[in-house]
Design a protein around this ligand. Structure first.
Ligand code: SIN
Length: 478
């Protein structure tokens, strides 16, 4: 394919990638990757928007910045919350059937929100419902070609370090080179690099690692969010999530004696921002006590709005109508990522990023609940619309050098790395543990030259140089 007629390549088909692809019409789009296993599809939270009586985008902005510990870019927060009601309407126009309450939206509440402002679709199956509707809309869009079984494995830069081509790997081991002057990374987060996470295995930081390798600057890499209520069950792989909306509907965190854990800890109690609740749960578990989510007060009817959480509990032998569910913090979201400007541009011409892989500064040091799917849609739509016509004058198309992520860790090495990152970059951090993790990553032969270790070292470095606690980055020695 010649660069003149080159498609916009979008790597990642979660909600951010789907939104870019749809909004980029009529420009030809090559959408790479499947959406079924994306973090978007697993999301139980919905989309935050100031839609309720008396609510205003400015109040939504205030909660976003309070949760983000003031580290947010206020201008980008304003753009996000102002666009939120329109994003909900746009999704509804794409076929998303949001839950209704009579004539209006059914609005739920989650941690850090001063009022009920979360729209869901299919209760806590929101991510699945939203992604399914968007995937149907994309399937009907003539300008989008899908390669659901391929993944981005390398990119080529031109003489002027602009995107010139991408290499896509098929499931059968074949590769496909595509000339392009515009690549959007929508590859999601990196929770799968941690032992305890709610993220799917595909959220392993691969897009971020490739962009950093190519020379794109990263930002805020130390800010990793911990969700306070993953179901504490044994085994490898993602931990089942018990959505914050359960606490919004009245579920309570209790200790083993049945005492409420968040009483007196924060004015919002069980609905304090996620970092506050996650640290409380973490400390109690570190001290040897269990923490449990008590959903009994919701009753059968209340639990009907949470089919996903109920099914996850039942799969692990817990009946939420009568049992308490043991919970643990788990990595849930990366606030850091590829540094992008307000228009989704990275530091490399032609390379754009959107959604969790990007860091625009909107989430600050700790993301507010249900602002992530919102960001995927708002930033994705804006980026797609900009790229529908835009050509970057700085871009010279001829590839000069290929950038590959490098060797990947084998399963045993990856297990070691996940344990190391969880112990050193978990809800509480100190320099000695961070430094020891760095040392091991450098000397351990099975990890030393892998892309996962290189990315982990970037995170550890960022966590070491931020000596004071801020938001989700909590230094016990700071
Ligand atoms: C949740 O449902 O608790 C998670 C929502 C989110 O990550 O925003």
């Amino acid at each position: 394919m010649s660069p003149a007629g080159s498609p916009l390549v979008v790597a990642g088909a979660g909600l951010a990638g789907l939104s870019v692809a749809l909004a980029a019409a009529p420009r030809p789009v090559l959408l790479v990757g499947g959406n079924a296993g994306s973090a978007s599809a697993l999301a139980q939270g919905g989309i935050a928007a100031a839609l309720g009586p008396g609510d205003r985008p400015a109040l939504h902005a205030g909660d976003t910045i309070a949760a983000g510990a003031g580290h947010n870019d206020a201008g980008r927060v304003a753009m996000l919350v102002d666009a939120a009601p329109g994003a909900v309407a746009w999704l509804a126009a794409q076929g998303v059937a949001f839950d209704r309450d009579g004539e209006g939206w059914a609005l739920g509440r989650e941690g850090g929100h001063g009022r009920a402002r979360i729209v869901h679709a299919g209760g806590d199956a929101s991510g699945h419902a939203i992604v399914a509707a968007m995937a149907r809309a994309v399937a009907g869009a003539a300008h989008v070609t899908r390669l659901p079984s391929h993944r981005l494995c390398a990119l080529a830069l031109s003489e002027s370090d602009a995107i010139a081509a991408v290499r896509l790997a098929g499931a059968d081991g074949s590769t496909l080179d595509v000339a392009t002057d515009a690549l959007v990374l929508a590859t999601g987060g990196l929770g799968a690099l941690f032992a305890a996470t709610t993220n799917p295995p595909s959220a392993d930081g691969n897009g971020l690692a490739l962009a950093l390798e190519a020379g794109a600057p990263g930002r805020d890499l130390e800010f990793v969010q911990f969700h306070p209520t993953a179901l504490a069950v044994p085994g490898e792989g993602p931990l089942p999530l018990l959505t914050e909306a359960l606490r919004g509907a009245g579920a309570v965190l209790r200790d083993a004696r049945g005492e409420p854990v968040m009483a007196g800890r924060h004015p919002l109690g069980d609905l304090a921002p996620r970092d506050v609740v996650a640290r409380e749960v973490w400390r109690r578990r570190q001290a040897g006590g269990g923490v449990f989510l008590d959903m009994r007060g919701l009753g059968g009817a209340g639990l009907d709005a949470f089919p996903t959480a109920v099914a996850l509990c039942r799969r692990h032998g817990i009946d939420p109508r009568r049992d308490l569910a043991p919970v643990t913090p788990a990595v849930h979201f990366h606030m850091g990522g590829i540094a992008v400007d307000a228009d989704g541009r990275s530091g490399l011409p032609g390379l754009h990023a959107v959604g969790e892989v990007a860091c625009s500064g909107v989430h600050g040091a700790n993301r507010l609940a249900s602002n992530s799917l919102l960001e995927c849609v708002v930033a994705g739509r804006a980026l797609g619309a900009r790229l529908s016509a835009h050509r970057d004058a700085r871009i010279r198309a001829a590839p000069r050098r290929w950038v590959h992520p490098g060797a990947g860790a084998n399963a045993a090495a990856l297990r070691m790395l996940r344990g190391l990152l969880w112990r050193s970059m978990g809800p509480e951090r100190d320099d000695a543990t961070l430094a020891e993790a760095e040392r091991i990553l450098r000397v351990e032969a099975s990890l030393a030259r892998t892309w996962q270790a290189r990315l982990a070292l970037r995170l550890l470095h960022a966590a070491r140089i931020r000596r004071a606690s801020l938001g989700a980055h909590h230094r016990v020695d700071g």
